[in-house]
Structures are given as structure tokens and as C-alpha cells.
Design a protein around this ligand. Structure first.
Ligand SMILES: C[S@@+](CC[C@H](N)C(=O)[O-])C[C@H]1O[C@@H](n2cnc3c(N)ncnc32)[C@H](O)[C@@H]1O
Length: 219
């Protein structure tokens, strides 16, 4: 099979069908997002499952998410923290947060999820630290600010995940003036240079196109 966007999608569909399967609560959350006209920018099903596995591998009980959208990734992670676990998720758009609240509650994990509505740069300084996993998936221009807060609100061993680090290959373009690319490149440089992090990143292809994910440990 040639490596084309159509083939990436076919492989992603196969992987999702084989390893993730259908889930009515997550399906309903996506349907609610579409119905409400939210942008189709949630993580892919295979990536949602990856988040769920990473939270479980880390044994995380406290998770911080920056960028809720309709709660799709939140539900994946909320399932992973267990009954005693808690997630704080930050969303700037009240309309997105309202959809997320309904879907998260309908998925049966509402007690575990605290949605804070506001700009993350304003909300983050109000949080109490101790997060075991931090998932950064909001305005890419602010990635260095969010990484700094992840370091402040985490502890040695905290897992920090940054989504969308590939940007159709543009992260390798030093001349890009796209603010999201520049923010992503700055964030990756910070992960490489800042002694608080030990990180790597993988390019990905799939139903979301050509992109990538960075994973770091706080040291
Ligand atoms: C890529 S979506 C999040 C997707 C979600 N994590 C998922 O996979 O289901 C990014 C979200 O971040 C929100 N956002 C953008 N800028 C923000 C900011 N400064 N503070 C908080 N949320 C922000 C957007 O409104 C959007 O809902």
C-alpha cells in the first residue's frame, strides 16, 4: 500500500477497530460535539486509548488537561484514574465546556472531573499542584507557558504529554511564521533544553493527517 492520507486513514480505522473497539459513551460524546458544531479537533480514538494507557501506566490519580473541547480525551483519561482519581480540565470556551460537562456526566465519570472555564494562563495559577499526568492540547502558541506550569504543578515522575507537535511537518521549518508552529517549536526546544524535563516525540500519521505527540517525564 502506498503511504497516502487515504492509506493512513485505512490503517487507523483498522487499528481502532482491532484495538479500541466501539464504545457507546465515547461515540455519544463525539456525536454531541458534532451536533453542537464544535470543531473536529479531538484526539483520534487510537490516541485516546494511548492517553488512557499512559495514565494507567503512570498509576496516575491526579490528571491535569489543558484544552477540554467536548470532553472526548477527558473521558478516556477519567476512566483511567479510577474511582478515587480526579481530573482538572481547563477550557476557554463556555460552550465547549457545557457540551463536555454533559458528555462526561453521561459517561458516568462526572464525579472525577472538575472543568474550569477560562483561559488556561489565568486558571493555571489558581490550581493546587500534585498532578501525576499533564496533557497539553490547547492553543499551541502558549505551549511554553503550559510546560512551565506543568513543571510547577507536577512532581518528579509526572508524565507530560503535548499533542499536535508535527503540524504537517512544519515543525522542521525554521522559517515558518505560523504562530502555532512557532509555539510548538518553542515548546519542543524547551522540552529538550529545560533540565526539568526528559522528553522525546514521535511523528504520527492517521485520521488526523501528519502530526505527532511529545512525551516527557519531570525529573
Ligand atoms: C484540540 S482542542 C482539545 C481537544 C480535546 N483535548 C480532545 O482531544 O477531546 C483545544 C481546545 O482548547 C481550547 N482552548 C484554546 N485556547 C485556550 C486557552 N487559552 N485556554 C483554555 N482552553 C483553550 C479550545 O477552545 C478547544 O476546545
Amino acid at each position: 500500500m502506498d503511504s497516502t492520507p487515504g492509506a493512513w486513514r485505512a490503517v487507523d480505522d483498522f487499528l481502532a477497530e482491532t484495538l479500541v473497539g466501539h464504545d457507546s459513551a465515547l461515540g455519544a460524546a463525539l456525536a454531541a460535539q458534532r451536533e453542537a458544531g464544535l470543531p473536529e479537533i479531538e484526539v483520534a480514538p487510537v490516541a485516546g486509548k494511548l492517553l488512557n494507557l499512559l495514565v494507567r501506566i503512570a498509576g496516575a490519580k491526579r490528571v491535569l488537561e489543558i484544552g477540554t473541547l467536548g470532553g472526548y480525551s477527558t473521558i478516556w483519561m477519567a476512566r483511567a484514574v479510577g474511582d478515587e482519581g480526579r481530573i482538572v480540565t481547563i477550557e476557554a470556551e463556555a460552550a465547549h465546556a457545557a457540551v463536555a460537562r454533559q458528555s462526561i456526566d453521561a459517561a458516568g465519570v462526572g464525579e472525577r472531573v472538575d472543568i474550569r472555564v477560562g483561559r488556561a494562563a489565568d486558571v493555571l495559577p489558581t490550581l493546587v499542584g500534585g498532578f501525576d499526568v499533564v496533557f497539553i492540547d490547547a492553543d499551541k502558541e502558549s505551549n511554553t507557558i503550559y510546560l512551565d506550569w506543568a513543571a510547577k504543578l507536577g512532581h518528579p515522575g509526572t508524565v507530560v504529554i503535548v499533542d499536535n507537535i508535527g503540524r504537517e511537518g512544519e515543525i522542521a521549518n525554521p522559517d515558518s511564521s505560523d504562530a502555532m508552529v512557532v509555539g510548538t517549536r518553542d515548546g519542543l526546544r524547551m522540552l529538550g533544553e529545560d533540565p526539568r524535563f526528559d522528553a522525546t516525540a514521535l511523528q504520527t500519521v492517521g485520521i488526523k493527517g501528519w502530526d505527532g505527540i511529545a512525551i516527557a517525564l519531570l525529573v
